[in-house]
Design a protein around this ligand. Structure first.
Ligand code: C5P
Length: 232
């Protein structure tokens, strides 16, 4: 049986904590997400350690810089064993294309793809950053740009899955902002339950605190996994 399509966001300060949590919840999930906290702490060597669990590693580096720099960073992450790497689509076509090329060069014959972040799920006021369209209009626009620049998929909230699919049907959707019924929203503005996100067509759910901050993370992961598998 394939693993439930959950990527656990290992948002924690040390490699030891990340590895312990990952090995505990591994039976219930598809893979792991390494974010900025771990990249800036223990660093990309952790990707190799996590790979020993034979699961894809999603490196949420959210790259956004000039194309040459982004290509070099993506190449390093490809060499380190990243299966997916995120870039901010707002960096533009040349930057996204450079990320795609750099990652594939670094990964060699291993599968690897860029995921574009369109609008952060914590952001609900685009006017504040000078963007004069609705969230869904901006998601649509950036999704089209990312698709035509060679990405494998997009990171979007559950509320934007349909918009993303309509804009670029071939892309996978990786969906954070997941909260099981009744749990704390924390700083996420556009949340959905695991069941809602799957029903909307998510390919992978990114789940952090609902698992990592639970009193019993293994129980939380197994409950969410069961609720998803029931729907299949
Ligand atoms: O703890 P929580 O489930 O909210 O964690 C969500 C994870 O997904 C975090 O690691 C966050 O950085 C990431 N993420 C997000 N929104 C995006 C892209 C990534 O919340 N648009």
């Amino acid at each position: 049986m394939s693993h439930p399509p959950i990527l656990v966001a290992l948002d924690m300060p040390t490699a030891g904590e990340a590895l312990d949590l990952a090995s505990a919840v591994a039976p219930h999930v598809a893979g792991f997400k390494v974010g900025l906290e771990l990249l800036m702490g223990p660093g990309p060597a952790l990707i190799g350690d996590l790979q020993e669990m034979q699961r894809p590693i999603f490196v949420d580096a959210k790259l956004h810089d000039i194309p040459n720099t982004v290509a070099a960073a993506a190449r390093q992450l490809g060499r380190a064993g990243a299966r997916w790497v995120t870039v901010h689509a707002a960096g533009g076509r040349k930057m996204i294309e450079a990320a795609v090329a750099g990652l594939s060069e670094g990964a060699g014959s291993e599968p690897a793809g860029i995921l574009a972040v369109t609008v952060l799920t914590s952001l609900d006021d685009l006017a504040e950053i000078g963007v004069d369209t609705s969230v869904s209009g901006q998601v649509q626009r950036l999704t089209r740009l990312a698709a035509s620049s060679g990405v494998e998929g997009v990171v979007c909230s559950a509320h934007e899955i349909r918009t993303s699919r309509a804009a670029a049907p071939g892309l996978i959707t990786v969906v954070p902002g997941i909260r099981p019924d009744g749990s704390d929203r924390h700083d996420q503005a556009r949340v959905a339950t695991p069941e809602e996100a799957m029903a909307a067509g998510a390919d992978y759910l990114v789940i952090g605190r609902a698992i990592t901050s639970a009193a019993d993370p293994v129980e939380a992961a197994s409950k969410i996994a069961a609720s998803i598998l029931e729907r299949r």
